[in-house]
Design a protein around this ligand. Structure first.
Ligand SMILES: [Zn+2]
Length: 648
């Protein structure tokens, strides 16, 4: 059963965008290289799309956001001026530059009123900031996540940010800049396709295979329960998987100990004996270069022994083996027969990624959040578990939503980690403009029981918001760290290595679970070095099998200021008490939240009917004829006011 609240969320997401569109205008930005001029306008004649051009040589850049078509309480007008000698368009809310047609000052001619922008950072808005380049003599107003920042910050070639003009509603159609995603580590070309997978079971004089063909057929490829191949299709959003290339059993005329006395010799011999037993390795040499590689044929070796000394070990090692008519070179996964889906997926992912695991503090929660955790152990597995979102981003399997930690607050909904989330529900990356894109948090909804997950996250720690901390270098390698408190266990003796900065921050601290839920209230997140990120996050209520998880975040310096974009109906008769629906951006919890109706120096509290992040319904008290305003409030802070017309 879907909860009524969850059902409501689906509805609100659509209605909100449509309603906002009717009362807003996109702010299009263009750049002319010959004039060295950035220009921003809502003028329909300058409506553009990627690839568009205008005389003399303006190229379309982006939609900066949506501007309100008419003035409302809490908004300021946005005007454009043009200086022909500088070739500079100048768009500002500066009161000294309020103008009218025919006005001229400081060499600038008034062009037009573009619309109105919010004066304060109401929820879900982006700042429109101005910067000046004295070489180009160019004023540039932008909301681009690659450009905005602290006043005084510089941007190439010679720009300096000097003013925040106001706050825009983000355009739902504006894609994230490719450059931003690339700096984040998102693979432009996803790892895709379906790889042949060969299973090799080994037989020794002292130990023999425990399981037959049908057992491994079901475990790796079966449709009845989550299989290894199915897990890869799940984590890749259907982009990547494995298909059966066969299964052979190879016999060694030795004991297991004798056969594996030399690891290198054993690794080589396994492949050679598999070829002799009928595995046609050369036939998978797709590019015909004489060497079959793991990209062409993945190999998993299954030894009939309990896994390693700790019972947890599998290893993926570089192997070169040759025999009559074939040569194989690359990573081969050596495992044992008593593994389970996650362990085989872990070793196969080593073949794909080749790099380091997720380590991080605490051996408890990380392995129940990703099968690629170093401390992962089949013995403690609760069932198939997803790959963490950082590696999904690296593989090009997950295109996240990305937001800088700004003065403005936000709320959104998340879909479960599996299946591939629908657009607008993906995991969220939050970064700091000062720290840049090599360090960030990822917010992800994890749940073992949502029907949409089809069992591919059955082993996850708990239902709730998984918060990941990631720090990497410019080449997208995770940073190893041994930082001071609060992260004390920087050296993990269980894996005898320093940790890498890709780990869960649970409600008990770094690496300590459970995931965050509504019961945790608002919580603070710290960077890996222990400093406060300024980020304050709150999770909304979700039923046990909910298909969505509401989440909100804000900067500690700024309260959450709810935003009303539209109210329907916006006009009604005196004495009537209709149910009004407000679309906008609202908090995830009704704690401290109220809708107020204000007018003539009086203030009433409306009866709240429903609340979700995109829509609020409420009933005003009986009002006298006149103009009133609906205002949302949370704690002591009020959002924007939206006019209500009450007729006689
Ligand atoms: Zn490993």
């Amino acid at each position: 059963m879907m909860s009524p609240r969850a059902a409501c969320l689906l509805l609100a997401a659509c209605a909100c965008a449509a309603e906002a569109g009717a009362q807003t205008a996109p702010l299009y930005s263009w750049y002319s290289p010959s004039r060295g001029d950035n220009s921003a306008s809502t003028d329909p004649r300058w409506a553009g799309a990627p690839g568009a051009t205008r005389s003399p040589d303006y190229r379309f850049v982006r939609v900066e956001g949506l501007v309100l078509a008419s003035a409302r309480p809490g908004t300021v007008p946005l005007h454009t001026w043009y200086n022909p000698s500088r070739g500079d368009n100048f768009t500002t809310t500066d009161p000294r530059w309020v103008g009218a047609p025919g006005d001229e000052q400081e060499g600038y001619r008034f062009v037009r009123l573009e619309g109105h922008v919010y004066e304060r950072p109401v929820a879900g808005t982006v700042p429109l900031q101005s910067m000046w380049d004295p070489e180009r003599e160019d004023n540039h107003a932008t909301s681009s996540p690659l450009s905005i920042g602290d006043i005084g910050a510089t941007r190439p070639p010679n720009y300096r940010l000097y003013r925040t003009e106001g706050y825009l509603i983000p355009s739902p159609d504006e894609p994230l800049p490719d450059l931003l995603l690339r700096r984040l580590g998102y693979a432009a070309t996803p790892v895709a396709g379906e790889r042949p997978l060969l299973l090799i079971q080994t037989d020794f004089t002292d130990v023999s295979p425990l399981n037959g063909a049908s057992y491994f057929e079901a475990l790796f490829f079966g449709a009845g329960s989550p299989s290894v191949a199915g897990l890869f299709r799940s984590i890749s959003g259907g982009r990547f998987g494995y298909r059966r290339a066969g299964r052979v059993t190879v016999s060694f005329p030795k004991t297991f100990a004798e056969a594996t006395a030399s690891v290198a010799a054993f690794d080589r011999e396994v492949i050679q004996r598999a070829a002799a037993a009928g595995a046609d390795i050369a036939s998978f040499d797709a590019d015909g270069n004489g060497t079959t590689t793991p990209e062409e044929l993945a190999i998993v070796v299954l030894n009939p022994i309990p896994g390693g000394g700790s019972g947890c070990a599998g290893q993926t090692r570089g192997v070169t083996a040759a025999g009559p008519g074939f040569r194989y070179a690359g990573n081969v996964s050596f495992t044992h027969e008593d593994g389970e889906v996650n362990m085989y997926a872990h070793e196969l992912f080593h073949q794909l990624e080749g790099g380091e695991h997720i380590y991080g503090p605490g051996a408890a929660i990380n392995p129940r959040a990703s099968f690629y955790a170093a401390s992962y152990c089949p013995a403690s597995s609760r069932g198939p578990t997803q790959l963490d979102p950082w590696f999904k981003i690296r593989m090009g399997w997950l295109r996240p939503r990305v937001y800088p930690i700004l003065s403005s607050a936000w709320s959104a909904v998340l879909a479960p980690a599996d299946p591939a989330p629908t657009s607008g529900r993906e995991p969220i990356v939050l970064y700091d403009l000062q720290r840049g894109l090599d360090e960030f948090f990822i917010l992800e909804y994890r749940t073992p029981r949502a029907p949409a997950s089809r069992g591919f996250d059955a082993g996850v720690n708990s239902q709730g918001l998984a918060v990941w901390y990631v720090r990497k270098d410019g080449a997208h390698n995770l940073v190893a760290f041994n930082w001071p408190p609060p992260i004390r266990a920087a050296f993990d003796p269980s894996v005898r290595t320093h940790m890498l900065a890709d780990f869960i921050i649970g409600s008990g601290g770094p690496g300590v679970g459970p995931f965050w839920t509504a019961a945790d209230g608002e919580f603070a997140l710290s960077w890996g070095d222990g400093t406060d990120s300024g980020l304050r996050v709150r999770v909304g209520p979700a039923a046990e099998r909910s298909a969505v998880l509401p989440v909100q975040w804000r900067n500690a310096r700024q309260p959450f200021l709810p935003r009303i974009d539209a109210i329907r109906p916006a006009a009604f008769a005196a004495g009537a008490t209709p149910v009004l629906a407000a679309d906008g951006v609202f908090p995830v919890s009704d704690a401290d939240f109220a809708v107020l109706v204000e007018g003539g120096g009086r203030e009433f509290r409306a009866a709240l009917a429903t609340l979700d992040v995109g829509r609020v319904t409420f009933t005003p008290p009986s009002l006298a004829a006149g103009t009133w305003a609906a205002v949302t409030a949370i704690g002591g802070a009020k959002g924007n006011a939206y006019p209500l017309k009450v007729s006689r």
